[in-house]
Write a protein that binds this ligand. Structure first.
Ligand SMILES: Cc1cc2nc3c(=O)[nH]c(=O)nc-3n(C[C@H](O)[C@H](O)[C@H](O)COP(=O)(O)OP(=O)(O)OC[C@H]3O[C@@H](n4cnc5c(N)ncnc54)[C@H](O)[C@@H]3O)c2cc1C
Length: 297
C-alpha cells in the first residue's frame, strides 16, 4: 500500500552510488522502475494513492484502515512507511514551500536550476549528494551548515568531492533566518552564528535536508515507539525501558514490533541505517520472519 508514488525517498535520489550491483550508480527513478517490474513479475498486488490512516489489532488479525473508508485485514503486517522531512524554521519559509523551497530534490528540479545560484541546508549525506547533483546544473551551489565542519556528519568521499568542487561553496556556522519572495523564492537572509551578522542573498532555489521524523502516527498507541516515533523492534522490546510491552512468553523475532505478527523494516525502525541497501535487506528479512510467525499461529 502506497499513498503517493512507488519509490519512496530513494525514488527522489538523482544518483544512488552505493547500492550493490550497480557499479556506476543509478537514479532513484531507474531503481524504482526496475523494482516495480520485478515486484509485478512476482505477482504482488499494488494498492497505490491510498493513505493508510489507522491500525487495529483484532486478535490474530490486524487491520489497516484507509483514509475515509475501507480497510484490509491480514494475519501479518510489515510497516515500511519511512520518514518525513523535518521542517526548517525560518520567517517566510512555509509560504514558499514548493515555490523555490523544497524538501529533498529530484532530478527534474535539479535540471530546472540550470545557470542559477542554489542554496542547500544540511550537513548529512543527503545534503552532500544533493550538492553534487545540483552542481552539474547550477552556476553556484552554496551549502549552509550550522556546524564548523562536515566530517562528523557526512561520508568522507562526499566531503572530499564537495570541498574540491569549484562550483560548491560551504558556509559553515551559518543558518537561514528568513526567506522572501512574491509567489516564488527571491531571497534568503543568512545569519553568521558567531558574529550574529546577517546577509541577504538573491536566489530562487533552496533545498532543505535537515533530517526526518518517522511516519508512524497512523499506528496508534498499540505499537511501541521511542520518543521520536521510531518503531521499537526485536530484542530492544525486552529492554528495561520497554518492560511489559511484549505480551508473549516467546521472545520477539528480530524485526517484530510490540504487536506479535507486525514487523517494521527500513527507515521507520529505531536504529535503522537509513540506506537503500539496508531498507531493502530488512524488507526481505521481514518476509522471511512473516513466514516464521505464521508457522506459530
Ligand atoms: C534525496 C535522497 C537521496 C538519498 N540517496 C541515497 C543514496 O544514494 N544511497 C542510500 O543508500 N540511501 C539514500 N537515501 C536514503 C534512502 O532513500 C532511504 O534510506 C530509503 O529510501 C528508506 O526506504 P524505506 O522504504 O524505509 O522508506 P521510504 O523511502 O521513506 O518509503 C516509505 C514509503 O511509504 C509511504 N507511506 C508513508 N506513510 C504512508 C501511509 N500512511 N500510507 C501509505 N503509504 C505511506 C511513503 O509515501 C513512501 O513511499 C536518500 C534519501 C533521500 C531523501
Amino acid at each position: 500500500m502506497e499513498r503517493e508514488a512507488p519509490g519512496g525517498q530513494a525514488g527522489q535520489s538523482a544518483a544512488i552510488e552505493n547500492y550493490l550491483g550497480f557499479p556506476k550508480g543509478l537514479s532513484g527513478s531507474d531503481l524504482t522502475q526496475r523494482a516495480m517490474a520485478q515486484v509485478t513479475r512476482f505477482g504482488a498486488e499494488l494498492v497505490l494513492a491510498q493513505n493508510v490512516a489507522g491500525f487495529e489489532a483484532r486478535g490474530p488479525v490486524h487491520a489497516v484502515l484507509f483514509d475515509g473508508s475501507g480497510e484490509i485485514e491480514a494475519r501479518s503486517l510489515i510497516v515500511a512507511t519511512g520518514v518525513a522531512y523535518r521542517r526548517l524554521e525560518a520567517t517566510g519559509l512555509d509560504e514558499l514551500n514548493g515555490r523555490g523551497v523544497y524538501y529533498g530534490v529530484d532530478a527534474s528540479e535539479a535540471s530546472q536550476c540550470e545557470g542559477d545560484d542554489v542554496y542547500i541546508v544540511g550537513a548529512a549525506n543527503s545534503a552532500g549528494q544533493a550538492a553534487l547533483n545540483l552542481s552539474r546544473f547550477a552556476r553556484r551551489v552554496v551549502l549552509v551548515v550550522r556546524a564548523g565542519a562536515l566530517d562528523a556528519t557526512m561520508s568522507q568521499y562526499l566531503v572530499q568531492r564537495i570541498t574540491s568542487s569549484p562550483v560548491i561553496e560551504v558556509r559553515y556556522r551559518s543558518e537561514i533566518v528568513e526567506a522572501r519572495g512574491d509567489g516564488h523564492l527571491e531571497s534568503l537572509t543568512i545569519a553568521d552564528r558567531d558574529s550574529s551578522g546577517t546577509e541577504e542573498v538573491s536566489t530562487s532555489w533552496l533545498f532543505v535536508f535537515i533530517g526526518a521524523s518517522p511516519r508512524t502516527g497512523w499506528l496508534g498507541p498499540g505499537v511501541v515507539r521511542d520518543r521520536l516515533g521510531f518503531v521499537v523492534t526485536g530484542p530492544d522490546l525486552l529492554a528495561p525501558a520497554h518492560a511489559g510491552c511484549w505480551p508473549l512468553a516467546r521472545a520477539p523475532l528480530a524485526l517484530e514490533t510490540s504487536v506479535p505478527g507486525v514487523f517494521a523494516a527500513g527507515d521507520v525502525r529505531l536504529d535503522s541505517m537509513k540506506r537503500v541497501a539496508s531498507a531493502v535487506g530488512e524488507g526481505a528479512m521481514s518476509v522471511y520472519l512473516v513466514h516464521r510467525y505464521l508457522a506459530t499461529i
